[in-house]
Design a protein around this ligand. Structure first.
Ligand code: HXC
Length: 514
């Protein structure tokens, strides 16, 4: 064959394989409102940047009539490319080929690109759309998952790992996404569960739809497995692109800075927060008053909304924000919000992203429900995460900082580098009402006018403790600042902390309260 005919032959072979599972299967995929694996990769990556590997890999199954079947690419596409010029590794399961099920060669392709991502220190993006372990390949499928989980763990904290759920993700297959840093789901398309509706029906006799069991909303709002929820696949890809713009490519780099921008001129900072500590406000307004261009990229927006986590930029540099949300449950810490914040703090710490904490909370949520749900164990995670973090850590206390909440939200005692407080800050063991009722119970009960006495004692307690000056006098707070100085103080603290270096005790690893 001449070179020309060799080239034509190569093109023909490629074209045939790139058809995936064929027209009928692709039509079915489109009917479900889903793009194909190849369309997804091409929509997500920069134009003409995708390079595919292992296109010619075929399955190796020999049983159940599989030996006579052709599975193009063995149901998964792998390769490298760029997103806004940044290199990434990617795999996308192709549901049109044997339901994207995972057999030996399919798993080998995935683990090859995972190894590549880890070696090259670039983010790994996995698009999951699969019926799970390929039933005909038995233990080889299970082995494949095990190899993936092992690599997810090895790569954890070294390179960013993103999982995009764009179809079913069933059985043990869900554990690869669960081991990764960020999980993206799309309404009506994503499904994640360990045991599906048919198993539930046969074992428990209960009827439940796939959507109710493990649809996108369930994971974005209830389980906390998903970090980003989108209405369409294209919206989801935009979220991925934005996330990639904020994070560094590996743990040995810093995020690439953007052009600095001032916050937009909105409400004055001091007009956002009501001075009456019982009146709520939207903490996002405060975050937007300090970030470049008032842009804030929220993570896990719909799960445990009593705490807010996400990225913003200050003078062009990525910052991780953790902030109480007074609009939801007064911003208390509970099991879910502690888990949410703790994991994010560990992410920022692993990837050299400074953490800014904005505080306004009445403490941990009381009640038997929370105690029995393990608020001790879950609540400890946030203490652990802040204490072990060695990136720059800055705290601003706006109003309430009561009890365990004060300590947990990156207090000086957990080694905050800078702690600022507004003059409206109240740092105390508990709120003045509760404190007066306990400490002066006897005086109140014995008073001629108990209510008058109660109010007097509340006032006394407020004057003594419900202000930032007692903590400032101890040096627990570095500076009491005026609200409009918030951005400039954080910026200066970040600048001073750029070269931060601390020594922690040598250990193999700690034992966080998982
Ligand atoms: C082999 C599979 C498959 C699988 C789907 N297919 N799942 N082949 N192994 N696990 C094939 C189907 O036979 C079909 O082939 C094609 O993919 C499309 O599947 P459909 O069922 O027609 O699609 P749909 O109606 O959309 O239903 C999707 C589905 C369903 C809900 C995912 O296919 C399903 O329930 N699959 C099995 C899910 C499951 O139980 N997986 C094992 C989980 S246990 P044809 O040739 O007809 O087009 C597990 C253990 C991992 O994963 C443990 C790791 C630790």
């Amino acid at each position: 064959m001449s070179l020309r005919s060799n080239i034509l032959d190569l093109r023909k072979r490629k074209k045939e394989i790139q058809k995936g599972g064929g027209d009928k299967a692709i039509e079915k995929q489109a009917k479900m409102g889903k793009l194909t694996a190849r369309e997804r990769i091409l929509s997500l990556l920069d134009k003409n940047s995708f390079h595919e590997y292992d296109l010619f890999v075929e399955h190796a199954a020999k049983d159940f009539g599989m030996e006579s079947k052709t599975l193009h690419g063995d149901g998964v596409i792998i390769g490298t490319g760029t997103i806004n010029g940044k290199p990434i590794c990617i795999f996308a399961q192709d549901f049109t080929v044997a339901g994207g099920s995972l057999g030996l060669m399919h798993a080998r392709k995935i683990t090859k690109i995972m190894d590549h991502a880890l070696k090259m220190r670039v983010p790994l993006i996995g698009i999951n759309d699969s019926g799970g372990a390929r039933i005909q390949e038995g233990v080889n499928s299970l082995a494949g998952y095990g190899e993936i989980f092992f690599r997810n763990t090895l790569a954890s904290g070294v390179i960013p790992q993103l999982s995009v759920i764009l179809g079913p993700c069933a059985g043990g297959a869900v554990y690869s996404p669960a081991l990764t840093d960020f999980v993206f789901v799309v309404e009506n398309i994503s499904k994640m569960f360990i045991t599906g509706p048919s198993v539930i029906k046969s074992v428990l006799g209960e009827e439940i739809s796939m959507e109710e069991l493990g649809g996108a909303k369930v994971h974005a709002e209830v389980t906390g497995n998903a970090h980003f929820f989108a209405k369409t696949e294209m919206e989801c890809f935009d979220q991925i692109k934005t996330l990639i713009s904020y994070i560094p490519r590996s743990n040995s780099k810093k995020a690439i800075p953007h052009k600095p921008k001032a916050p937009l001129k909105g409400k004055k900072v001091e007009d956002i927060v009501p001075s009456d500590p019982r009146i709520p406000y939207d903490m996002r307004d405060i975050l937007k008053s300090v970030t470049d261009g008032s842009e804030f990229f929220e993570i896990m927006e719909h799960f445990a909304p009593n705490i807010i986590i996400g990225f913003g930029r200050m003078e062009g540099e990525t910052v991780g924000f953790v902030a109480n949300q007074p609009m939801v449950l007064a911003g208390v810490l509970d099991t879910d919000s502690s888990d949410k914040a703790a994991r994010f703090i560990r992410y920022c710490n692993a990837f050299n992203i400074p953490i800014v904490t904005i505080e306004d909370l009445p403490g941990y949520l009381p009640g038997a429900d929370q105690e029995h749900a393990g608020v001790i164990r879950h609540g400890a995670k946030i203490l652990y995460a802040y204490s072990e973090a060695t990136v720059p850590k800055i705290t601003v206390i706006l109003r309430k900082a009561y009890g365990g909440g004060y300590i947990a939200m990156n207090s000086r005692h957990l080694r905050a580098d800078f702690v600022f407080a507004w003059p409206t800050a109240e740092i105390a063991v508990m709120g003045p009402e509760g404190a007066a009722n306990i400490v002066f119970r006897k005086e109140i009960a014995e008073a001629e006018n108990p209510e008058e006495m109660r109010q007097q004692k509340i006032q006394e307690y407020k004057e003594k403790f419900a202000n930032p000056y007692v903590a400032a006098a101890q040096g627990y707070i570095d500076e009491v600042i005026e609200p409009n100085q918030t951005r400039s103080r954080i910026l200066h603290a970040l600048k001073v902390s750029e070269n931060k270096s601390v020594f922690m005790p040598q250990k193999k690893h700690g034992i966080p309260p998982f």
